[in-house]
Design a protein around this ligand. Structure first.
Ligand code: G6P
Length: 423
């Protein structure tokens, strides 16, 4: 009998988790208590109401505990799902708009936007991790809070919390590719390496044979083109021999095109997501709604709970499944330090996640991954010390910035816009 707690439960993804809890009850994941926590009381109540209706209408025996106090909501939990957004969508909007003024992509997880999201989120997530280790010492934290890899590195290096850094991007791509490759190669194993939102599928194995390059060519010819993000990733793959994560890979490999597209867009993603969230909340507040709000399909993270539940099941039944997530490197990738977080295939069991050894990074992506990793580690240091010099080093180290004439004014403008005081 398990307890799951969701932190940031007023967010639009909560119904996904509730749906997952209900459907997984027959699969060995016997959750009896669901703790819901959020700093925003109105949104928390709406989501708690929907959670209760979903549970009742499914006839499931799950008690819902609602509290704005993390210590209460997370007490004795086995799993704590963190999906917080410090500063809300208004802060996201700033992260998207200001870099664009300097000709740099404005994105909530990558580049200057991702860095600022990390700066304001890390201190809060460290507090969350510390409270959880106190009130629920055996809990695993399943983190979705972006930038997921950077947040994971901060918590794993600075606290004793047991945290796994989850993201649906690579797992979804594995599902897509497995299906696409099945008719030609049969069942394949798909290995990925890199960082969160800078992941690469670098090895595809069929019947013990490495078929990566044949699989890339086959996928390019046969994927049907309905997913333009995958088209773009496969195009890059022909050159570098590894498939970058869709959408986020384009921010590096089609850098100018992406900046141009963003400049032409009539609205920021923050504005669009604000509308989607309003629609999700409206549906959720309707007493007739007893399932996942339809508007959720318009969020990028739709489907993320399947990763959550595979992870929970693998831990609870000590299965040792191979799941791609962010975890401490500890030598798995030989050309990155041991004490940094990487995103790669991990064995997940009752003790947590262990990266499966990779060896060295493919040369075609090595420099980029090392550079972004350096930026991330500097970002963690800046977030905990609040030192402006470290923040400037972090921003300058990002390959999408790497120009001090831009980094200095950009840093100051963003610090000011977010009301952050660095000295
Ligand atoms: C994908 C990304 C996540 C992101 C999510 C939602 O799943 O991997 O990091 O949070 O999409 O994106 P959105 O733009 O809808 O907030």
């Amino acid at each position: 009998e398990l307890k799951v707690c969701v932190v940031g439960a007023g967010g639009s993804y909560t119904p996904e988790i509730v749906e997952g809890l209900i459907t997984h009850r027959s699969q060995g994941l016997n959750v009896r208590v669901l703790g819901l926590c959020d700093t925003n009381r109105d949104r928390l109540e709406v989501m708690a109401g929907l959670a209760r209706r979903m549970i009742d209408s499914a006839g499931a025996d799950i008690e819902v505990q609602v509290s704005q106090e993390l210590g209460e909501a997370a007490r004795d939990a086995d799993f704590v799902v963190t999906q917080i957004r410090v500063g809300g969508m208004q802060a996201r909007r700033i992260d998207e708009v200001i870099p664009a003024k300097y000709g740099i992509i404005g994105q909530e997880t990558t580049g200057p936007g991702g860095m600022f999201k990390a700066l304001r989120t890390i201190p809060v997530m460290l507090d969350v991790a510390r409270v959880v280790t106190e009130v629920a010492p055996r809990a695993f934290i399943l983190n979705y809070t972006n930038p997921s890899g950077v947040v994971t590195e901060a918590v794993l290096t600075l606290t004793r919390a047991r945290l796994l850094g989850l993201c649906s991007s690579i797992p979804l791509m594995q599902v897509q590719l497995r299906k696409l490759l099945q008719p030609r190669f049969g069942d394949v194993r798909i290995h990925s390496v890199g960082l969160n939102h800078l992941g690469f599928i670098f090895r595809i194995v069929a019947k013990e044979a490495d078929v990566t390059s044949a699989a890339i060519s086959w996928a390019r010819r046969n994927h049907g083109g309905e997913d333009s993000l995958l088209t773009s990733a496969l195009e890059v793959a022909e050159t570098i021999g590894a498939i970058p994560v869709p959408k986020y890979g384009d921010l590096y490999f089609h850098r100018r095109r992406e900046v141009k597209l963003a400049a032409e867009a009539s609205r920021t993603r923050a504005d669009v997501v604000m509308d989607i969230e309003a629609a999700v909340l409206k549906e959720a507040a309707d007493p007739h709604t007893v399932g996942k709000p339809a508007a959720l399909l318009r969020r990028g993270g739709d489907g993320y709970s399947s990763v959550t539940f595979s992870t929970m099941l693998s831990i609870v039944s000590n299965r040792g499944d191979d799941i791609v997530m962010s975890a401490m490197n500890r030598g798995a990738v030989s050309d990155l330090p041991d004490n940094v977080v990487v995103e790669t295939n991990c064995r997940v069991d009752a003790l947590g996640a262990n990266p499966i050894p990779v060896g060295s990074l493919p040369l075609a992506i090595r420099g980029l991954v090392q550079a972004v990793k350096t930026h991330e580690t500097l970002t963690v240091q800046a977030a905990v010390t609040k030192r402006r010099d470290l923040a400037l080093q972090a921003l300058l180290a990002h390959p999408l910035v790497s120009d001090i004439d831009v980094a200095v004014p950009l840093l100051d403008e963003m610090l000011q816009a977010h009301g952050l005081e660095y000295h």
